[in-house]
Design a protein around this ligand. Sequence first.
Ligand code: CDP
Ligand code: CDP
Length: 218
Amino acid sequence: MPAVSYRIIAIDGPAASGKSSVARALAARLGFVYVNSGAFYRAITWSLLQRGIDPNDHAAIAQMIGATQIGCDLKENQSRVHIGGVDPVDHLRDDPVNRAVSAVSAVPEVRKIVTEKMRSYAQLHNLVVEGRDIGSVVFPETPFKFYIDASPEVRTRRRAAEGQRDEIATRDRVDSSRRASPLVRAAEAHVIDSSNLTIDGVVGEIVAQLKRKGLHEV
Ligand code: CDP
Ligand code: CDP
């Protein structure tokens, strides 16, 4: 029997560029599953903070990853991560998680397990996946790659408007300079500056590109 090849739309970009809002809306429009890879990195970070593990202790983090069950199911066509049997959804944007997540995400064992989870979803569903390394590392073969950006001022304003204390400039610096799968624009990614666009505006631009690239679901 021929292998079924599912469609993957990769959306990368820095913090508060609008990835989650856009990916969620796009997935709903196309009937694809929405996958938030950042939620996996945040869930792992939350769990190790709960256990008192230092976010800079790579060896302890790698050991925890090997010993902890990390699962993901789908709820209403969205990925939902649980770790050690707990769904940490209410804690993913806690301040301590915001502060520690970039250090934890730089650990290769952490990246490996999250990448495997993303790829296992792709065996079963059409996906819109958002993160930092989706087009460059997780699904380099997909022809549908987007990089959403916005000026640092606009992004800081967006986070503040959400009432969050989130040092996005620090996070972006660490995410872009780490050795393992840094935030980069994949060479073939279509870049969209969302500074002066609404979420619908960005989705519209992506849909136009997908039509041009022959994605028949749009
Ligand atoms: O929503 P926001 O852009 O603020 O962050 P997120 O997508 O939830 O990602 C949180 C953190 O997870 C990022 O700052 C990265 O350190 C890490 N991350 C990553 O390394 N690779 C990904 N594919 C997604 C997130
Ligand atoms: O996932 P990421 O951190 O890239 O961004 P997000 O959580 O989707 O967006 C951050 C905030 O900016 C949300 O409150 C969005 O509603 C808002 N936003 C906006 O006002 N205009 C856009 N074009 C994109 C996002």
